[in-house]
Write a protein that binds this ligand. Sequence first.
Ligand code: XBP
Ligand code: MG
Length: 256
Amino acid sequence: MTLEALLFDVDGTLAETEELHRQAFNAAFAGAGLDWHWDREHYGELLAVAGGRERIAHYIATSQPELLSRPDLASWIAALHADKTRRFAALVKAGALSLRSGVARLLREARAAGLRLAIATTTSRANVHALLEATPPPRALNWFEVIGTGEDAAAKKPDPEIYISVLARLALEPCDCLAIEDSANGLRAALGAGLLSIITPSAYTVEEDFSGAVVVVSELGGPGHPFRLIRGTAHGKVCVDVELLRQWHASGLGSD
Ligand code: XBP
Ligand code: MG
């Protein structure tokens, strides 16, 4: 089996976005006149629910149950989340984020090696565009042949739906690809779609259970920025490059 494509998660994988998401949620709550505030600890727990709209709905069900009787609850949540998305995109456009160590390098190298690139995320399409338009490399948005977002799947990760739909749009089998993820929810989604996964844990996910991943490394890394190997084999390498991805792909398929 040849490695044909890399399927990237966004939040936590391409960039450390969750603190900015948290800031945008809190700003949207304040903008709507709500006295809700999600601190880091509470947000860490809420991240178990993927998808911002789903996260707000879960918070209401567990912490603001008096709102459950609102007849317009779903549209009210949708409007609140749309405002959060606008605020997040504005912060990203203002330069609040950069890509994680090694991401831009690996994207360039993968393209040069002829690998196909795709995105499979639960976040909104607007957020993916904002991130990739605000961070180098320039025009990297166009490098992704398929961009599957929260709008493209009814069930968010850990459900495999988004990965299954991205694979269908690429017309590839799971064994032709590798998923690159940062969270246990993302890993479960990828595994559910039959994909092998490489994990680079992010600030909010370092303690999560990544059994089932081919390898866990602290970051993709690069010259002068070696990764820390957390689980698996590094084949003598200190950063993730296409050759190492091919080795991990072969070993994950049991064919090395
Ligand atoms: C991470 C998420 C997202 C963000 C918020 O998804 O769970 O919901 O926290 O984004 P992934 P939205 O790692 O799969 O990209 O508010 O746009 O849903
Ligand atoms: Mg993620």
